[in-house]
Design a binder for this molecule. Structure first.
Ligand SMILES: *Cc1c(COP(=O)(O)O)cnc(C)c1O
Length: 424
């Protein structure tokens, strides 16, 4: 599309936006009575207005029925609350409903998935990942290996960008998988990198890993609700995500897992708890673990009902908008942000890939000199992005609640910053 750097052009795009009604469904934070320009949905998504009603409903059940809430109310009973999110989640990640389950938090689920899918042998014990992945993922891999008596220095293979580059070349990742070959037990990495915003070709990585006899799983923290996924079709073995970023399920909201159908039979080893036990006989309280079918069989604990109620309200919105429509708007919105940034005269490098296929909502900016000043300037002007050490500004316009006019305004604020000589 040919972009123009004018308010009227931005407004025209907003008028043509088929998703424009969704902004109304969110609470937009304000400063001095004016809505903030919130480009931080990659860190904490905004609150859907429908959340309160869902929470109130569960609070009322607790208030009026106490413990009976677990079993009363048919399909609304808490006992099967995890089911309410399965359809929308399956739609969002491209899976069968039996392959997904909302539960726990992300890093917990990562350990659970590693327990099941990392089965090292004397010959095949390596885990291939990307260098500089999200810290929690690094700590989880390191300590998970140690807990099995394996030295991470021996078993962990990290692929990095080439010297002088910010993003990974697919051919380097695929070549590294081939190079490790029969030593490789698992490929596990982010599907969309939190720092640079780079999207990886998950299908190609999964196929390459499996061709070498390894398994493949993805951390989808920044991918879920951001880009369309086809986990089932791609043959990915497992995945996990958090729901408080692009899925808007609130701070620390419920995480989710994907376990491919091909692993539903065969009873993979796992760390179990009573909530993964066969639902109909759970309250028999008998000895010997019998898992529920599919991803549900990885549940450990009593679900966090209130967080699940929020999650239910939030994922319904993403599913209603549909990942294809969200992606279509997102490509334009982020493309427009790139356009206004480049037009602003800012000394700017964009770490995020220029190819729209290889990025989601987020742009990661290096502004030298003056990056930190620019960031502070944006914040005081009511633009919420985030600062990532040592010198990166992340801005993520999200298609559910951000507008083209907001993007245009950010460009205007930056032009004022550039023209103010005392600042640069
Ligand atoms: C946000 C994020 C996390 C956070 O993990 P929690 O267990 O939810 O705190 C982990 N990994 C990645 C890649 C993330 O982007």
């Amino acid at each position: 599309m040919h972009f123009e750097n004018t308010r009227s052009f931005a407004r025209q795009l907003d008028q043509q936006d088929p998703l424009r009604a969704f902004r109304e469904k969110f609470h937009i934070p304000e400063q001095n009575g004016k809505p903030l320009i919130y480009f931080c949905g990659n860190s904490l998504g905004l609150q859907p207005k429908s959340v309160r009603e869902h929470l109130d409903r569960e609070l009322a059940i607790w208030q009026q029925h106490g413990v009976e809430g677990w079993f009363e109310g048919g399909d609304n009973a808490w006992y099967t609350i995890h089911r309410r999110c399965k359809e929308p989640l399956a739609q969002i990640v491209g899976a069968q409903p039996s392959e997904v389950c909302p539960m726990n938090n992300l890093t917990v689920n990562m350990h659970l998935m590693l327990t099941s899918f990392y089965r090292p042998t004397a010959q095949r014990y390596q885990i291939l990942t990307i260098g500089g992945d999200f810290p929690s993922d690094q700590y989880a891999l390191e300590t998970h290996l140690r807990s099995r008596g394996i030295d991470p220095a021996e078993a962990l293979v990290e692929v990095s960008p080439q010297a002088g580059e910010y993003t990974w070349r697919m051919e380097d990742i695929l070549a590294a998988i081939d190079e490790e070959g029969e030593r490789l037990a698992l490929v596990m990495m982010s599907g969309l990198h939190y720092y640079t915003g780079q999207v990886f070709d998950m299908e190609a990585i999964a196929q390459k890993a499996q061709a070498q006899g390894a398994r493949c799983g993805f951390d989808l923290a920044h991918a879920v609700g951001n880009i369309p996924l086809q986990l089932h079709h791609w043959g990915v073995d497992f995945a996990f995500w958090c729901s408080y970023k692009y899925l808007n399920s609130g701070p620390g909201g419920v995480s989710g897992i994907f376990v491919h159908q091909k692993h539903h039979t065969g009873n993979l080893p796992r760390l179990a708890g009573w909530w993964g036990y066969e639902q109909e006989r759970r309250f028999d309280m008998t000895k010997g673990f019998v898992p529920m079918a599919g991803a549900d069989g990885w549940q450990l604990s009593t679900p966090t009902v209130l967080a699940m109620a929020v999650h239910e309200a939030a994922v319904a919105l993403t599913a209603e908008a549909g990942m294809e429509a969200l992606r279509q708007k997102s490509r334009l919105l982020t493309g427009y942000l790139e356009f206004v940034l480049r037009a602003s005269g800012l000394p700017l490098e964009i770490m995020t890939p220029a190819d729209p296929e290889a990025r989601g909502c987020q742009l990661s900016l290096l502004v030298r000199p003056g990056g930190k000043q620019l960031f502070e300037n944006l914040t005081s002007a009511g633009v919420i992005g985030d600062w990532r050490e040592p010198d990166c500004i992340r801005l993520a316009p999200t298609p559910l609640y951000n507008t083209f006019e907001e993007v245009w305004k950010v460009g205007e604020i930056i032009v004022r910053f550039v023209n103010d000589e005392t600042l640069v």
